[in-house]
Ligand binder design. Structure first.
Ligand code: GRF
Length: 197
C-alpha cells in the first residue's frame, strides 16, 4: 500500500506514523510528503526519513484546474492507494475526494463531533475545550468527504484533563494520542482489520 502524506506545518504525526510502520514492519510504503507550505518542517522531516518531499501549492498555478490536474498526476504517478492528511491546512479538491473516495484520512485534535467545523483547528480547539471546562478531550481519525470533519469516524482516543491543565497542556496530551491512534488506524487498514468501504 503506497501512502501519500499531506502536511502544512510541523509534521510530527507524519513522522510518528512513518516510524511506527517501519518499526512494526507493516507492509505500507510512505512514498510522498506533499506540503502547500515551502517552509513546513514536515518537508525537512521527509528528507530525513527518506520520503520524497514535494512542495505543491495552488499559489503556484494560474487556475485551480491546473493545480488539481498536477496534484492528481503526481498521486497517479506514484500509485498512491491511501492519502493521510496530517495537519494539512487546505481544502482537498472535490475531484480528488471523488477519485480517492474512502481513501483519504484526516486527524482532528478533539472528540468529534464535538469541536469540529469552521475555525476549529489548532489551538482554537484546545482553547474551546478549556473554556468549556471539559474533563476529557482526545483525537479523532476520520474519513474525508465533502463535508469537513464529518466523514466516518474510524478511531478515537481520549485523554483526561485536570483542573491544572492550560490549553497548551491539553494540546500536548492530545498530540501524544494523535501519534498513537493515527499509526494504529493505518496499521489496521493495511492489515485488513479495519475496512474503509
Ligand atoms: C495536529 O494537532 C492535527 O490534529 C491537526 O494539526 C496538528 C498537526 O500537528 N490537524 P503535526 O504537524 O503533525 O505536528
Amino acid at each position: 500500500m503506497n501512502i501519500a502524506f499531506f502536511a502544512s506545518h510541523g509534521g510530527s504525526n507524519f513522522q510518528a506514523i512513518v516510524e511506527a510502520l517501519r518499526d512494526k514492519g507493516i507492509a505500507a510504503a510512505p512514498v510522498l510528503l506533499i506540503s502547500n507550505n515551502s517552509d513546513a518542517y514536515a518537508l525537512e522531516r521527509a528528507k530525513n526519513l527518506g520520503v520524497k518531499p514535494v512542495h505543491l501549492s495552488s499559489a503556484q498555478y494560474d487556475t485551480a484546474e491546473e493545480f488539481q490536474s498536477d496534484l492528481l498526476s503526481l498521486l497517479d504517478k506514484h500509485e498512491i492507494d491511501l492519502v493521510v492528511l496530517a495537519g494539512y491546512m487546505r481544502m482537498i479538491p472535490k475531484v480528488m475526494i471523488e477519485k480517492y473516495k474512502n481513501r483519504i484520512l484526516n486527524i482532528h485534535p478533539a472528540l468529534l463531533p464535538k469541536y469540529g467545523g469552521k475555525g476549529m483547528y489548532g489551538m482554537n480547539v484546545h482553547r474551546a475545550v478549556y473554556e468549556a471546562g471539559d474533563t476529557e478531550s482526545g483525537a479523532t481519525v476520520h474519513l474525508v468527504n465533502e463535508k469537513y470533519d464529518e466523514g466516518r469516524i474510524l478511531k478515537q482516543g481520549k485523554v483526561a484533563i485536570s483542573k491544572e491543565d492550560a490549553p497548551e497542556d491539553i494540546a500536548r496530551k492530545v498530540l501524544e494520542v494523535e501519534h498513537r491512534i493515527y499509526a494504529e488506524t493505518i496499521e489496521e487498514i493495511v492489515e485488513g482489520t479495519l475496512e474503509l468501504d
